[in-house]
Design a protein around this ligand. Structure first.
Ligand code: ZN
Length: 74
């Protein structure tokens, strides 16, 4: 299965999702594949270190199970 990786990302999403901030990136007006904004300056996600594509399941740490009271028994 091939995930569709957006071709363009806006500055805001890049700074939020990206792993690096480009010192100089070439922006042009387009549609952001992350937030869906149109007519905003977008650039290649490569400039932000290829942030994870939107819609992908976010890796979360599983919440600890509730403390089970084991009273008595036996
Ligand atoms: Zn965006």
């Amino acid at each position: 299965m091939v995930e569709t990786y957006p071709a363009w990302i806006c500055c805001d999403c890049g700074e939020q999702c990206g792993s690096r901030i480009p010192k100089l990136a070439t922006y042009h007006e387009g549609e952001c594949g992350w937030c869906g904004a149109e007519g905003v300056p977008v650039t290649e996600p490569r400039d932000f270190g290829y942030p994870p594509a939107p819609g992908l399941p976010v890796t979360r740490v599983p919440s600890s199970p509730p403390p089970s009271t084991n009273g008595g028994g036996g």
